[in-house]
Design a protein around this ligand. Structure first.
Ligand code: NAD
Length: 419
């Protein structure tokens, strides 16, 4: 068994690498083997047999509960801790007490602070927008803070009453409209949490030669939390990435001092030099703009809740959840879990019709993360050819003029043909 490890801040990947995987509940049993078969073949073709993946199954979700009586066994956490990079199918959310969500538990335990969702359109896939070819965005959603931190108290409980009493008596808060029947939630947003996320987004833009990073926020209303996110993001760009970025703050300053023409000239020069433009946009306007002017946006850095909404809207613009990949990453420790972004789809499980592309494109992200870009590219090229020929699973094929709906396994085999 060969492990990925970190050395001097870089990932070291052995040629035969062990990857822990969670098969996933529901449709997981159908998409996981199909994806592994495609990935194995792509790696073999790309590196002439010199590189390979040894898949190591670890348990979570319904399958784990059946076999061990636990939803998320410690052995699974240990495997992800030890092997750094893993992949997972969708998991049933346990009903009743204990763990709220297995996905959240994995993210929190490994401090996977970036949720990365690349969004691109494949020719042939039907989209609700007119020019889907203009969509090429990379969402960096903060994964550990914000109103999602899970700090909340239900209305009517002693905790909610105590919390309100603290707000009223100690903090002088008079703005709670219906204090007796309010539930309360807390929204922590920190300098470190913001900056490690924005840093990852800027480094990604630099590495992939992408033109801009947009900080998406509601700082106009939530001045200290979301406004802080914007301010700290700009500060980081201007200090840590001076000379490599050009921010809208800098633009505004030049405009004020020297006029608009000078500001425009400075920005044009920055673009010429390959500097990344750092801008910001208020979340509601951003959602509108993604539909109207998607070409204006490349890398997106945003808080947890905004990121949740943004990810689903953008996924819908390029073909929906069946094809949207994702990963949860800690770039400092190297830990990363790549995942299908959809759920267990119980309504179609066992029917050989589920689309494996979300997990497959997440596998492509994993190959890129491991530095095995050539293998990832082969899979992307194969998918481009399949979709252009109208070959897809039913969820996509039914909308294609030349659509030819294939079963999950048959689609997987077609992708292998195209490799
Ligand atoms: P879902 O994503 O499973 O399904 C929503 C709809 O999309 C269904 O009609 C389904 O058939 C369809 N769909 C989903 N993935 C598809 C694919 N790859 N190809 C074709 N069609 C696809 O959401 P849900 O029904 O709300 O949730 C079912 C279960 O999954 C719940 O237990 C939920 O908690 C869990 N869930 C898990 C994750 C995860 O593990 N990341 C994410 C969301 C939901």
């Amino acid at each position: 068994m060969s492990k990925v490890y970190m050395q001097d801040g870089r990932l070291v990947v052995p040629d035969c690498v062990t990857i822990p995987f969670i098969e996933g509940d529901g449709v997981g049993a159908e998409i996981t083997p199909v994806c592994q078969k495609i990935v194995n073949r792509a790696v073999e073709l790309a590196y002439g047999g010199k590189r390979s993946i040894e898949w190591m199954e670890v348990l979570a979700g319904g399958k784990a509960f059946e076999k061990t009586g636990e939803w998320l066994p410690e052995a699974t956490m240990d495997a992800f801790r030890e092997y750094l990079v893993g992949i997972k199918g969708p998991l049933t959310t346990p009903v009743g007490g204990g763990i709220r969500s297995l996905n959240v538990a994995l993210r929190q335990t490994l401090d996977l602070y970036v949720c990365l969702r690349p969004v691109r359109w494949f020719k042939g896939v039907v989209s609700p927008i007119k020019e889907p070819q203009k969509v090429d965005m990379h969402i960096f959603r903060e994964n550990t803070e914000d109103i999602y931190a899970g700090i909340e108290w239900e209305q009517g409980t002693p905790e909610a009453k105590k919390f309100y009493a603290f707000l009223r008596d100690e903090m002088g808060v008079t703005k709670v409209r219906f204090p007796e029947t309010s539930s309360f939630g807390v929204k922590p947003v920190s300098v470190e949490g913001t900056q490690r996320l924005v840093r990852a987004a800027i480094l990604y833009a630099l590495e992939h030669k992408l033109p801009s990073v947009t900080l998406v926020h509601k700082g106009n209303i939530m001045k200290f939390t979301e406004g802080g996110f914007k301010r700290w993001g700009y500060e980081l760009a201007e200090t840590e990435f001076a000379g490599k970025t050009f921010t809208m703050n800098q633009y505004d300053k030049i405009k004020k001092e020297l006029g608009e023409e000078s500001a425009k000239a400075a920005m044009a020069e920055a673009i010429n030099k390959g500097q990344v433009i750092i801008k910001d946009c208020i979340a509601d306007a951003f959602l509108q703009n993604t539909l109207l002017i998607p070409e204006e946006y490349s890398v997106i850095a945003t808080l947890n809740l905004n990121g949740d909404y943004v990810s689903d809207q953008l996924a819908a613009m390029v073909g929906g959840i069946g094809i949207a990949p994702g990963a949860n990453i800690n770039y400092l420790s190297g830990h990363a879990i790549f995942e299908a972004t959809h759920g267990t789809a119980p309504n179609i499980a066992g029917k050989n019709i589920v689309n494996p592309c979300s997990l497959l494109l997440s596998s492509v992200m994993m190959l890129e993360y491991l530095g095995w870009k050539e293998a990832g590219q082969l899979i992307t090229n194969a998918l481009e050819q399949a979709f252009a020929a109208g070959e897809a699973t039913n969820d996509l094929a039914r909308f294609m003029p030349n659509g030819n709906a294939l079963g999950t396994a048959e689609f997987g085999d077609r992708v292998i043909d195209y490799l």
